[in-house]
Design a protein around this ligand. Sequence first.
Ligand code: PLP
Length: 404
Amino acid sequence: MVRRNSNIAKLHAGYLFPEINRRRRKLLEQDPDARIISLGVGNTTEPLTGHISEGLVGSAKGLGTVGGYSGYGDEQGLTELRSKIGERVYGGSVDAGEVFISDGAKCDIGRLQVMFGSGVTVAVQDPAYPVYVDGSVIVGATGGYNEGRALFDGIEYMSCTPENDFFPDLQNTRRTDLIYFCSPNNPTGAVASKKQLKELVDFAADNRSIIIFDAAYSEFISDSKLPKTIFDVKGSREVALEVNSFSKMVGFTGVRLGWTVVPDELKFDDGSGVNRDWDRVTCTIFNGASNIAQQGGLASLDDEGLAEMRETIAYYMENARIIKDALDEMGVTTYGGVNAPYIWAHFPGRNSWDVFEEILNKCHVVTTPGSGFGPAGEGFIRFSAFGHRQDIQEAVERLKAKLR
Ligand code: PLP
């Protein structure tokens, strides 16, 4: 018999979304005719746009020809795509050699956790996208699970609430090796200002920490004063790396394509480059993103692709406005939903799972309970703006009719 990995045994009973699905199935068993609308998981719903899907189709067709066939490519991705990301996303401030193409941000976060290993200490925003904590636990970068506090020992939870403008109180934050920071934030929809990110970068520099900046929703920022990347901040190249993704910006959640930028200046304490180890990990346990997906990525960053991307994002952000307006009308205080596709709704004094159940049972609308993202999410519900317009409209009508 093989001994079970004790780190896996430390994980909370289940990942958040399987538990939500279990409750949704239970409702369907009781009421098979219920027409459930999901504003829960942040999964994209709208079809790919013309130029971008042509990029995928053209590449797939090409693979059926002698001239267009390609097998394994460079593990780091197509040079053309790496350069184009450097130019079109980072305005030339990032070099192609610092961009590593991946099969998505979540997968890269997992591989980063493998690279940093079990010896590191970790800080996360609370609430946070669950992979930062659970992935750290799996690689053993934490102590045990503390039932009483519902927290993992060894992880620094940086509370982000309306009281602190969803930005952690860094003066009272313990030093850790790694700091996960997500902006625009999933689940709160908060976007850190340049001043706040500068504070974070300075904090990391003082503590000789590394920031893992998750910018998966950067293209949803419409306010030109807000930073779309950590690299807009002076001093960040010495202390931060950035993960990003085509998933939400162009609907590649199923296509799978993302990237990670590791600046040349980012070093370990022995002076060696993080970039070099990331290259080593990438070449060892990753075999490159799909060549079809990468052609789709190239098409997304053409002028036509970027125009289509803006349309897709505008569609989802109109959904966000509809949800936010409806909740405002119902007297529910909301955050986010302006430069991010998530609305963070406050139900003070209530248990998130109870509110989730009430919305599910009365309105047949699936949401995500805030407490599933961390203890500071208790009393909140996350509404996702990813959905067909008619479903969003029907969902808000049901909320307005049955919840108030
Ligand atoms: N990072 C954040 C903050 C997310 O919300 C998500 C997906 O919901 C991801 C990363 C995963 O992105 P990908 O589809 O590229 O793996």
